[in-house]
Design a protein around this ligand. Structure first.
Ligand code: GLA
Length: 667
């Protein structure tokens, strides 16, 4: 466990509760009311200054820290700690007006101008030096302030740039990766369409694809931008750390975010932190949320920080539905169940103007009598009941691969047998049945240690690196169970097909080769018959599978591939591998996965609970969460204990009303 985070938790006496606080938008008279209401709501941490650069440095070198001094003093006097942000996600207008080269150049060559946020080019040396300078000034002024409990570096790192700075930095990155141009030409397979480079200066970011562009070049550009953004974080982190070493330093991640490989980022942070906005209007969004929570916990194998969520509606979608009464509480406990040690919101007080004026807040426009505030305050005052849970670890028997390289390989490049793969949706379709059957799941990447799991699920990993291939073979040889789904193991890290037959990386593992990928025609479905005579429907994708050492689990009975295997099973060392070569209907995918999970000896958190009840454990604390608005449930628990929220003794079962939560400390 990270020592800085352990000290942070101790300082807060358990969970952090609060949110983004933007006092620069309000009169000082309002600050007093804010602090009073924060205390009423049980707030113990606020994130200050995320967008405050223009209020802190209104013109170059003119600093106006006075108001921030007052805010920090006021918060400290009220016993509220501060997560102080470096404001570098929103550079002031004087910077971009005076120096347009700090602005990002978009893929189409247009400059992304001032007037929004995230208007910075992460590869601009001028932007970076200004960002480090303001971070340094903040740290030199506030690192010893008694309110300071955490640093929040920038906000949701994201922008990509394709301009001249990016081109220069991309070349530096490529030279580091390939050392010489021949290696780059090989990796990018530039013999195709005569794309061979003869001078480093000829190499540039991939512009908007007017027709079709080199898939290895696009893939490397993705990796490069993620690293460039990470360099921005590290530069600011190091600038503030110089003044004080014991304060945790984080930035906030965004779910499955395309432009940053969080596996590479997480080791550089003191904890993973997540901003998440499950759509209250979309049934099942709690499953995607759980998957993202599990990713956050898995990134460092530690508790993490829920940095932002909405108290009710957001303002960025076509229709912004509210969270019905009880939903915000349920979602907050869900994050904690999956390892969060905080419940933080965007934002404390709803703004009067600006793009997010209708975004919900802990304190809505209608003030402290509003439903949202009452629910927020009730939660803030309830959380201390489970303070002992903060810091508690989680464990899982089941691992699911989620790797950015696998994602980028599949989605940033065109020219696949079909070009509508949705990697995150395919991962979620494998995760959902495990979630609904109450198995704890960790996410893993190519570099993860697999030895602690009983079963590994590899959904649609088109691109895999050699290290991962070796690790999976070793895992299976040592007795692990592996389930691999279609179009996996096809290419290497350079997006080049592994020869001599598909799926090059996993042929030995699955005990079969594929001689042709066979995407379905529009609307086409096929029947698959299993060994026990049951049948299921599949669609979207088929493969012409040829077992070598594998045995057949299911066979197509209709369509072009009638009579050929759809699912196979192979023994590998003392382990077993199941390969699914098509998109099975959900019930059949569920049955296939669950029978592999059971055969692997993985244990669910609880037995026999309905799928709308979620069960998760942190050490001896059992979380039961009823996601149904309408149905109650009775859940059998694995042993006696006490519900920390009600104080009631639990013998063998817990009754959950609709949207109900129980946190049982098992004895
Ligand atoms: C993100 C940002 C916040 C705010 C919210 C709105 O998470 O970090 O500043 O814009 O989205 O949902």
């Amino acid at each position: 466990m990270n020592a800085r985070m352990a000290a942070f938790r101790e300082r807060l006496g358990g969970f952090a509760f609060g949110g983004d606080y933007n006092p620069e938008q309000w009169d000082p008279a309002v600050w007093k009311e804010d602090v009073e209401l924060m205390r009423r709501a049980g707030v113990n941490l606020v994130t200050v200054g995320v967008f405050a650069w223009a209020s802190l440095e209104p013109s170059p070198g003119e600093f106006t820290f006075g108001w921030l001094d007052d805010v920090l003093d006021l918060l400290h006097a009220a016993g509220i700690s501060v997560d102080l942000a470096t404001p570098t996600t929103a550079p002031p207008v004087w910077l971009s007006h005076g120096h347009p080269d700090v602005l990002p150049v978009m893929e189409d060559g247009e400059t992304f101008g001032f007037g929004n946020r995230l208007h910075f080019d992460p590869t601009s040396p001028r932007y970076r030096s200004h960002a480090v300078r303001i971070a340094d000034r903040l740290a030199s002024r506030y690192s010893q302030h008694p309110a300071l409990a955490m640093w929040h570096i920038s906000n949701e790192y994201g922008p990509t740039s394709y301009g001249p700075h990016a081109a220069a930095a991309f070349r530096v990155w490529l030279r580091r990766r390939y050392a010489d141009l021949d290696a780059l030409n090989d990796a990018w397979y530039t013999r195709f369409w005569g794309q061979r480079y003869t001078d480093w200066e000829q190499v540039a970011p991939p512009e908007v694809p007017r027709s079709w562009s080199n898939p290895a070049r696009r893939l490397d550009f993705k990796r490069f931008i993620s690293d460039a953004l990470l360099e921005c974080f590290i530069a600011e982190r190091d600038a503030v750390r110089r003044y004080r070493d014991d304060i945790p330093i984080l930035t906030n991640f965004m779910r499955f975010y395309r432009h940053a490989d969080y596996w590479r980022w997480a080791p550089h942070e003191d904890a993973a932190a997540l901003d998440i906005y499950p759509d209250p209007g979309r049934p099942g969004s709690h499953v995607s949320a759980a998957l993202n929570f599990d990713l956050m916990r898995s990134l460092r194998g530690e508790p993490w920080v829920l940095m932002e969520q909405a108290a009710s509606a957001v303002s960025q979608w076509k229709v912004n539905n509210v969270k019905r009464p009880g939903r915000m509480r349920l979602g907050s406990y869900q994050a904690i169940a999956h390892g969060a040690d905080s419940v933080l919101f965007f934002q404390w007080r709803a703004g009067r103007g600006g793009h997010e004026r209708f975004h919900s807040a802990m304190l809505p426009h209608s003030g402290p009598a509003a439903r949202t505030f009452l629910e927020v305050a009730a939660l803030g005052n309830e959380l201390p009941l489970i303070a002992a849970v903060a810091g508690a670890p989680s464990s899982a028997d089941v691992a699911v691969l989620f790797d950015w390289d696998a994602w980028w390989g599949l989605e940033v490049t065109h020219g696949l047998p079909r070009n509508d793969f949705d990697y995150t949706a395919i991962v979620e379709s494998a995760y959902r049945p495990l979630f609904e059957a109450h198995y704890a799941v960790d996410l893993v990447s190519f570099g993860s240690d697999l030895s602690r799991y009983r079963i590994l699920v590899v959904p649609n990993a088109y691109l895999v690196d050699d290290g991962f291939v070796a690790a999976v073979e070793e895992f299976a040889a040592a007795g692990g169970t592996v389930v691999v789904s279609f179009f996996s193991g096809v290419v290497d890290v350079n997006n080049q097909v592994r020869q001599p037959a598909y799926p090059g990386a996993f042929r030995r593992l699955i005990g079969a080769y594929i001689d042709e990928y066979w995407p379905a025609r529009e609307g086409e479905t096929f029947e698959v018959e299993f060994a026990d005579g049951t049948t299921a429907i599949a669609d979207w994708w088929q493969e012409s599978l040829h077992p070598e050492t594998a045995t057949v689990l299911g066979t197509y009975t209709t369509g072009d591939l009638a009579g050929r295997p759809a699912l196979i099973r192979n023994d590998h060392g003392s382990g077993c591998v199941v390969y699914i070569g098509t998109r099975l209907e959900p019930a059949a995918l569920r049955d296939t996965l669950l029978s592999a999970v059971r055969a692997a000896g993985a244990a669910p958190v609880v037995e026999g609970a309905p799928p709308y009840v979620e069960a998760a454990r942190r050490d001896r604390y059992l979380f039961l969460l009823n996601h149904s608005d309408a149905r109650a449930a009775t859940v059998t628990v694995p042993g006696p204990g006490r519900d920390l929220l009600t104080g009631a003794a639990v013998t063998d079962a817990v009754d959950l009303p609709p949207l109900g939560v129980a946190v049982v400390e098992l004895s």
